[in-house]
Design a protein around this ligand. Structure first.
Ligand code: ATP
Ligand code: MG
Length: 598
């Protein structure tokens, strides 16, 4: 019974299988205005075929694992392309050889696919690497130098930093700014040929050292790095800078709307400068892409900085990048999140230009909403206590059954799960109280003036508590009861028994013993790293508890990624990494109700 989502249908799920109309936002407004004006309507690809009017891209740097914040960017870019009959490219911004690895390329590809998006369409496979443009990027830099729009600077890194000025103070021209294009070009070629050490020279765009925008104070466009690149090997010892590469990659891929997060707003003038100079120079087609910024997704109770996530892994605070408590997409997936829940969450939180925090409970709420109508139900006893039905004949076994699906599900009435009852059953420790508190309706022992309480063993019989056993330390080791043979659920007699308590149970002889990992939030502070705080001081000491639980026997065949609602406990998923056939390990995805906001 695999209920893992293999749904590649990109319509926005609303938890009930019907697509919901996407609400408007400022990006949609811009796109619709551009389409009305036909800004990108006349473009053709290299084969002369018309290009879609909306082409976006998701441009990760392959230097780590994607996290929930990236899911937002993926959803924005792929979602807009889908909604406006366009396309979205997956592009690796791999211009930083030291930090990038194939491992990250692979996991990023996996995560985007898992979220339900695809970069292949009838026009081709739109997976790109900025490193594939190294030759063109180099040619364009030669052009900028020749045209007097860039120069080789040979200041030391310290002088360059000092001469850049700061917000209140204009920068100073480099003594090398007046170099002739010929001299700069010669140096640039020798940089490429490997004649110089790292940092000896750098190529800078010649813009304005007095600009109030620091990004326009002659930004670097090429630097020397004698480093092996995960795709181009040792072919290059000079690498283009991100701010130079990004607009060019966008233009070469015919991106129309280049969407990024707000911290890039100040980089936009340089983005436009590069595109203007190179399209005027005939290197890039017009109309050029335009950049738009939206606010990043910040969620409470998590960290998303790659550096901090890496620290959690390296210091063994979590069990790897895919630890189910991590905010990485591989972690969230292993935790049991569905792509539908993440899309629903992105849809709800919308696209804005104002920074803010989204509470973790909205992500969890979207998940519950997605899973509630579709997750098969199952019984699990997490904190077991033995209940002995003394008047149940030894060796006697009676079949019981219950619906697999919740009432809202179309198969509710037909799909049944089967589990037997016998003399000894496991119940939850909390379902017995020696001295009951007011309003407690579960198992309580007889007293001098009252018989023991009666409860229904859900989908089984009504029982009456007759006593309990204790060990020398005073711990309750077993509870005793008698059952009423004519009270079985689904039989006529059952109507004669009115009880207030209804508890779940698993036959001891038939129970599936399984490891269950009870995960909770990794941090107990809603803003673990705000204001430069040490996020490791905010760790929740109870974020993981491993227990041995007793489950209904049918769960032995559960497959990795199968999700269930364990009644009364929450949503659980079969761990995709550690389970072996016939011995599933379950991760708690989320409890049934939010207990954090209280
Ligand atoms: P981080 O700073 O969190 O490590 P990053 O920005 O360095 O992430 P990239 O690989 O450069 O990681 O990001 C790819 C894309 O994802 C970029 O367009 C970036 O703006 C976007 N992105 C990253 N984090 C978020 C977020 N929290 N919300 C929305 N978009 C994000
Ligand atoms: Mg980045």
């Amino acid at each position: 019974m695999s209920n893992d989502s293999k749904n590649n249908n990109p319509t926005v799920p609303n938890g009930h299988g019907t697509p919901a109309p996407a609400p408007s936002n400022f990006l949609r407004t811009i796109i619709e205005a551009d389409m009305t004006a036909g800004v990108y309507a006349e473009r053709k690809d290299n084969q002369g075929q018309p290009l879609p009017q909306v082409i976006t891209r998701f441009p990760p740097e392959p230097n780590g694992y994607l996290h929930i914040g990236h899911a937002k960017s993926i959803w924005v870019n792929f979602g807009l392309a889908r909604d406006y009959a366009g396309r979205c490219n997956l592009r690796f911004d791999d211009t930083n050889p030291e930090k990038e690895e194939q491992e990250y390329v692979d996991t990023i590809i996996d995560s985007v696919k898992w979220l339900g998006f695809d970069w292949k369409d009838t026009s081709g496979d739109h997976l790109y690497f900025a490193s594939n443009y190294f030759d063109q990027l180099y040619q364009m830099a030669e052009y900028l130098i020749t045209a007097g729009l860039a120069y080789v600077d040979s200041q030391s890194a310290e002088d360059m930093a000092a001469n850049r000025g700061n917000f209140g103070e204009v920068g100073k021209d480099s003594p090398f700014r007046g170099r002739s294009p010929e001299e700069s070009l010669d140096l640039f070629r020798r940089m490429k040929a490997g004649e110089f050490k790292d940092g000896a020279h750098i190529v800078r765009a010649k813009i304005d050292m007095a600009s109030p925008n620091m990004n326009l104070r002659d930004p670097a466009i090429y630097r020397i790095r004698h480093a092996h690149h995960h795709r181009t090997g040792d072919k290059w010892c000079i690498y283009p800078m991100y701010d130079y590469t990004h607009p060019i990659s966008d233009a070469l891929e015919n991106i129309s709307h280049s969407i990024c997060t707000l911290e890039f707003q100040d980089h936009r003038p340089f983005y436009d400068w590069v595109l203007e100079k190179l399209s005027d120079g005939g290197f890039l087609a017009k109309p050029v892409p335009r950049q738009y910024e939206f606010s990043r997704l910040n969620i409470t109770y998590v960290v998303t900085s790659k550096r901090k996530l890496r620290q959690l892994v390296d210091e063994g605070i979590v069990d790897g990048w895919d630890d189910p408590r991590m905010s990485t997409l591989v972690g969230i997936r292993r935790r049991g999140y569905t792509p539908e829940a993440i899309q629903l969450f992105c849809e709800r939180t919308g696209v804005t230009k104002s920074d803010g925090w989204i509470d973790m409970s909205s992500l969890e709420g979207a998940l519950r909403e997605d899973l509630d109508p579709k997750a098969p139900r199952a019984t699990a006893v997490l904190r077991p206590l033995k209940l002995i039905i003394d008047n149940f004949p030894d060796g006697h076994i009676v079949a019981c059954h219950a619906p697999v699906y919740p009432p809202a599900h179309p198969e509710h009435a037909t799909a049944l799960r089967h589990f037997p009852i016998s003399k000894n059953v496991w119940i939850e420790r909390e379902d017995f109280m020696e001295t009951p508190v007011k309003g407690y309706f579960r198992l309580t022992p007889p007293t001098a003036d009252k018989p023991g309480s009666r409860v229904r063993l859900r989908h089984g019989y009504v029982v009456e508590c007759t006593g309990f056993d204790k060990d020398a330390d005073g711990n309750v080791t077993a509870v005793h009861c008698n059952y009423f043979e004519d009270s079985k659920s689904g039989t006529e007699g059952s109507a004669n028994y009115k009880v207030k308590g209804n508890i779940h149970w698993i036959s001891v002889a038939h129970a599936l013993e399984a490891e269950v990992r009870l995960y909770d939030r990794l941090f107990s502070d809603p803003h673990p790293d705000a204001g430069g705080k040490d996020f490791k001081l905010a760790l929740n000491p109870h974020s993981k508890e491993v227990i041995t639980a007793y489950l209904e026997p049918g769960l032995a065949t559960a497959m990795p990624d199968d999700r269930y609602q364990f009644e009364r406990h929450g949503y659980f998923v079969v761990d995709r990494v550690d389970a072996v056939a016939g011995k599933p390990v379950f991760n708690r995805t989320v409890t049934l109700k939010d207990s954090w906001g209280k």
